[in-house]
Design a protein around this ligand. Structure first.
Ligand code: ADP
Ligand code: MG
Ligand code: MG
Length: 204
């Protein structure tokens, strides 16, 4: 998968579509183990991202992802806004001046984004957060050549589903302790939507 400005824009529009379609679902998930605003937060943020991408022109991936990061930082509240915002800012910095990225360059960029997420939220793998989806996806992209969209979506889905069986150690859900077991992590689900949309981008 080679990422161009055009495919990146397509990806983010798909993310917006998926987030809008799953807004209530994300809200319900966050209602169970958080404060019930994840659907609203994400829907507001990606709606703005979509609008921004429709009105601006980009010659390179860095300026595009910078706008995405800034928009998410300013429009999405809660924990997830600064986290997703930081991720896209880091992705932007990693792809400085590039008008396209090979899978290897893109996965290095996603690694930088993941490092930003971990620095910002201090969560580790297994804490029942979005990291539980991001980290295995980034590892897979880095360690396999010519990854297909389907492989990516399947992996992200499996890791998202695995957050159901574990106890939250970070974020609001951590206040529930063992009572968080049996519920999917909302941020892991929105991150799954992010990566399944990437898969869609390369299959449609
Ligand atoms: P808030 O919890 O502030 O209401 P959201 O509901 O929008 O924010 O986002 C909740 C999601 O953010 C969680 O499901 C989890 O995936 C993610 N999250 C929360 N805290 C952290 C953290 N410290 N590190 C990584 N992800 C986190
Ligand atoms: Mg919330
Ligand atoms: Mg909140």
């Amino acid at each position: 998968m080679t990422l161009t400005v055009e495919t990146a824009i397509k990806w983010l529009h798909f993310v917006n579509e998926e987030i809008q379609a799953n807004k209530e679902y994300l809200t319900d998930l966050d209602q169970a183990i958080g404060d019930g605003d994840h659907g609203l937060n994400m829907a507001r943020g990606f709606q703005e991202v979509s609008l921004k991408l429709n009105t601006a022109n980009y010659n390179d991936l860095a300026s595009l992802f910078k706008d995405v990061g800034m928009t998410l930082l300013s429009k999405v509240g809660g924990a997830s806004g600064p986290l997703y915002g930081t991720a896209f800012m880091r992705l932007s910095m990693a792809l400085k001046d590039k008008s396209k990225a090979t899978q290897s360059e893109f996965s290095e960029g996603l690694q930088a984004a993941l490092n930003g997420l971990k620095m910002r939220g201090k969560a580790q793998l297994g804490d029942k957060t979005m990291i539980d989806v991001w980290e295995p996806v980034v590892e897979f992209l880095k360690n396999h050549e010519q990854v297909t969209g389907k492989q990516l979506a399947d992996l992200a889905k499996e890791k998202m589903e695995a957050t159901k069986d574990i106890e939250a150690k970070k974020g609001r859900a951590a206040y529930l302790g063992k009572r968080s077991i049996g519920h999917l992590d909302p941020g892991a689900v929105s991150s799954y939507l992010l990566f399944s949309s990437l898969s869609r981008t390369f299959s449609e």
